[in-house]
Design a protein around this ligand. Structure first.
Ligand code: HEM
Length: 418
């Protein structure tokens, strides 16, 4: 039966994955005219799949689990060892409920308010600078916002380095060699820092506001009633700090989209919040960030004539699903208005994972991501004027994972609109 499903005949596809990056799964699905194919990555058999139907299967908790799916190298950089991303069942559900509570509409509104204040302040500083590298500015500002919102003390002069460490952890996920080791060192430093903060809260030496992420993870207990050890609590607290800093990538892509589609500028000025939302969603759909996500088969099943065996590793193509021509009209065109009629299908639009975040592993931070992007868009369109110097590289690689505009999007001659 499995003979009908395309198999990539290479001995190992790891090199092809490194060479094709975000398009690795999509290229092969197009070539084979199929939604799935079998490949070998780092010596093991992997099934790669794409599209809405694949996403529906992938986020079915009876069929898939995360146990054993995330390689240690990803846990030691991006996720943290034994973090929520690697959990299933009651432990996952319980930790996930805390993330969902922290990132409730009230939590999102708090982060949005901080973003409005911090980005407005930044604009005054940008006026005094010859050139502003938007990615670098945004990561530092977002680090301050994340720490203030979470209740983590952060000195003014440490924000830059802490921000760079959070970025390095994300930057390591598709890397080998130097970039991977940089991410590992960054995680070690961040975990030492946040573990100490948690220990101080537990020892009564640092006050933490009830309801804050710092307080919540300091007192949290897994379903067995046991508190997390301080390092594990730090890993989960970092799971809100690091991704807030990562929004800097979408902010740089938003600026690039504005630059490449000046016709959207007027609409962003005149059409208000709804258009800002469509624009942000289209940035998250169109530009590459998360390439794919992995899980293991929990209970054997058959789909499209393929027998998924228990324990088998499966990758779901997020980037390709967001560019699937069956789901999106002219998927390779940037067109915010497509979100006017979006039906809210959580398996079709999967920039931060798929399905219902309360029931599975989809990202709980999409609300925060979109609101912060909208604040920055408003600043770029209504709050400041700027030039985009030609001496920079605005291209981005589809091979390097994760990617962003090479120069980080440089602005010059920034002036606040009075
Ligand atoms: C910067 C933009 C972001 C991107 C591209 C992104 C992407 C993702 C992806 C792909 C997943 C995995 C989905 C899966 O395993 O099926 C995820 C999970 C997660 N994200 Fe995000 N995310 C972003 C922002 C955020 C924010 C702002 C927060 C919190 C403040 C956050 C917190 C989390 C957490 C805690 C998980 C683990 C969820 C689970 O395993 O149940 N993310 N994110």
């Amino acid at each position: 039966m499995n003979g009908e499903v395309p198999k990539d005949h290479s001995i190992d596809n790891s090199l092809a994955l490194m060479q094709e990056g975000y398009e690795f799964i999509g290229n092969r699905c197009k070539k084979y005219g199929a939604d799935l194919f079998e490949a070998r990555l780092l010596g093991q058999k992997v099934v790669c799949m794409t599209g809405e139907e694949a996403a529906r299967i992938f986020y079915d908790n009876d069929k898939f689990q995360r146990k054993g799916a995330a390689p240690k190298r990803v846990q030691k950089t991006l996720f943290g060892v034994n973090a929520v991303q690697t959990k299933d069942g009651a432990v996952h559900q319980s930790r996930k409920m805390l993330f969902m509570a922290l990132l409730s509409p009230e939590g999102v509104a708090e982060v949005r308010k901080l973003a409005e204040t911090y980005f407005r302040e930044a604009a005054s500083k940008w006026e005094t600078m010859d050139r502003v590298v938007l990615f670098e500015e945004a990561e530092e500002i977002l680090c301050k916002i994340a720490c203030e919102w979470a209740g983590v003390p952060l000195k003014e002069d440490e924000a830059k380095e802490r921000a760079e460490d959070f970025t390095a952890m994300v930057d390591a996920f598709g890397a080998v060699g130097r970039r991977h080791w940089k991410g590992r060192r960054a995680r070690t430093r961040a975990e030492e820092w946040i573990t100490e903060v948690i220990e101080n809260v537990r020892a009564g030496e640092l006050a933490a506001r009830e309801g804050s992420a710092l307080h919540s993870w300091s007192v949290y207990r897994d379903p067995d009633g046991q508190p997390l050890d301080a390092k594990m609590a730090a890993v989960e607290l970092i799971n809100v700090l690091r991704p807030i800093v990562a929004i800097a990538t979408f902010i740089s892509f938003s600026a690039l989209a504005l630059h490449e589609h000046p016709e959207c500028k007027e609409k962003l000025r005149t059409e208000g919040d709804e258009y800002r939302e469509w624009f942000s969603e289209e940035v998250r759909r169109f530009y590459p960030f998360g390439p794919f996500v992995g899980a293991r088969v929990k209970n054997a099943f058959t789909w499209h004539g393929y027998n998924f065996e228990e324990g088998q590793l499966v990758l779901l193509d997020m980037y390709g699903t967001n560019h699937d021509y069956r789901l999106w009209e002219f998927p390779d065109q940037f067109h915010p208005e497509r979100f006017r009629d979006w039906d809210g299908n959580l398996f079709k639009f999967i920039p931060q994972g798929g399905g219902d975040p309360a029931k599975g592993h989809r990202c709980p931070g999409e609300g925060v991501t979109v609101e912060v992007m909208k604040v920055c868009l408003d600043l770029l369109v209504n709050g400041i004027t700027y030039e985009v110097p030609e001496e920079q590289d605005l291209s981005y690689s589809l091979v390097r994972m994760p990617t962003r505009p090479e120069s980080g999007f440089i602005m010059a001659n920034v002036k606040r609109v009075q």
